[in-house]
Design a protein around this ligand. Sequence first.
Ligand SMILES: NC(=O)c1ccc[n+]([C@@H]2O[C@H](COP(=O)([O-])OP(=O)(O)OC[C@H]3O[C@@H](n4cnc5c(N)ncnc54)[C@H](OP(=O)(O)O)[C@@H]3O)[C@@H](O)[C@H]2O)c1
Length: 290
Amino acid sequence: MQLLDGKALSKTIQKEIKTAVEQRIQEGKKRPHLAAILVGTDGASQTYVGHKVKMCKAVGFQSTLLQLESDTSQADLIKHIQQFNENEDIDGFIVQLPLPKHIDVNTITEAIDYQKDVDGFHPQNIGRMAQNSPCFLPATPAGILELLARNKIETSGKECVVIGRSNIVGRPMSLLLSRNNYPGNCTVTLCHSRTQDLAVHTRRADILVVALGKPEFITADMVKEGAVVVDVGITRVADASRKRGYRLAGDVKFDEVAPKCSYITPVPGGVGPMTVIMLLLNTLRASDKE
Ligand SMILES: NC(=O)c1ccc[n+]([C@@H]2O[C@H](COP(=O)([O-])OP(=O)(O)OC[C@H]3O[C@@H](n4cnc5c(N)ncnc54)[C@H](OP(=O)(O)O)[C@@H]3O)[C@@H](O)[C@H]2O)c1
């Protein structure tokens, strides 16, 4: 069994981005600029956005964080988005999800200029992704592709099972792995909460991508010998033995599943660090368009 070490790979890519930024500055170009809008005070969202800002600094990007009150109206949020769309200095920006209940996420996603949509959630980017045309790929699935590619994992002709059909992870993952590309060319099955006999599907999987958000849901009896297992899940589970009172758990029962795998991602240190780095890579690409 080999670990798909997202932490180590993300550090390698971080260095590559930093070098590319230094090169840009030497050529007299401006620093890539990533902006983020955070609505409300959700603790996890604040942590994620804070980490993104910190990572911008680490690679030499400029960053802007706009923090809005949780009762900000949808119309006001759209006004801020339009300002970011028009701000020529901002190469790319994100609106941190989840949004408060009174705001419609699809309306907000569509208000973002798709050429600045470095999260890759705009319908233009999703459509282009499906057509295999140039676009911003959603960060988490893109990070998984990068983990597969840089570990030279064969995907062509493989049976791939994705669990979870969210717009940000499962559905784009299933599209990407079915494209006529490397990594891709898989025969993909997309499973969700209405799937019957889930284990019948998972046991066939050469590549199993798990993104349902249920800690330790996938057990050894559900996994094929020699499978590649990618665990996207991150759930805070109460743990009194930890100083912070919780631990992060994946969707896969790592200890019993890992011995059966050819490759597996750990949680934490697998998919998570790759997600942030792919957001930075998208921003670097956005700045290259100038
Ligand atoms: N590592 C990262 O960077 C990263 C990034 C994003 C998300 N995540 C984590 O990944 C997990 C999934 O996130 P998400 O946003 O995709 O979640 P989500 O929007 O809640 O979607 C969960 C999906 O799992 C399906 N599901 C739920 N229970 C199931 C079951 N018993 N059997 C089969 N399918 C089931 C749901 O089916 P229905 O559609 O039928 O409801 C849904 O499609 C979460 O733990 C999240 O924190 C990690």
